[in-house]
Design a protein around this ligand. Structure first.
Ligand code: 5GP
Ligand code: ZN
Length: 118
């Protein structure tokens, strides 16, 4: 996706602070952190959001979601918050407040997260 900011970050065309990467995902620090730890986990392959990912075959879907879960665990360890815990958030679509149309998961932690909606 030529005009996708996260695709450009994944390609290295736009700078970012890399936290973790593997075959399936790249994880970078959010430019506007809402917590001491705020990392974005970006699947390398472009999907607009979780609903678009859901349309792919189960093999690819499973591989990407497994990679996200494993990356989240690894990032929590790297950031020193594995014991205290973290929240993994996906905003899908307009009402959820999604602003970048490249599937991503916010990993936030490093403090007691008080703003629980559910
Ligand atoms: P959304 O609102 O779509 O769930 O989350 C998009 C996130 O991407 C926001 O938290 C925003 O701060 C972050 N973001 C937007 N542009 C950039 C960028 O160029 N670099 C980084 N590191 N984060 C970005
Ligand atoms: Zn993209």
């Amino acid at each position: 996706m030529e005009d996708c900011i996260f695709c450009k970050i994944i390609k290295g065309d736009i700078p970012s602070e890399l936290v973790y990467s593997d075959e399936f995902v790249v994880a970078i620090r959010d430019i506007h952190p809402v917590a001491p730890v705020h990392v974005l986990i970006l699947p390398r392959k472009h999907f607009a959001n979780l609903s678009e990912l859901a349309e792919t075959d189960s093999g690819e879907l499973g591989s990407i979601l497994a990679a996200v879960a494993r990356a989240a665990k690894k990032i929590a360890e790297l950031e020193g918050i594995a014991d205290k815990g973290y929240r993994l958030i996906n905003n899908c679509g307009q009402d959820a407040g999604q602003t970048v149309m490249h599937l991503h998961f916010h990993l936030i932690g490093g403090k007691t997260l008080g703003e629980k909606l559910i």
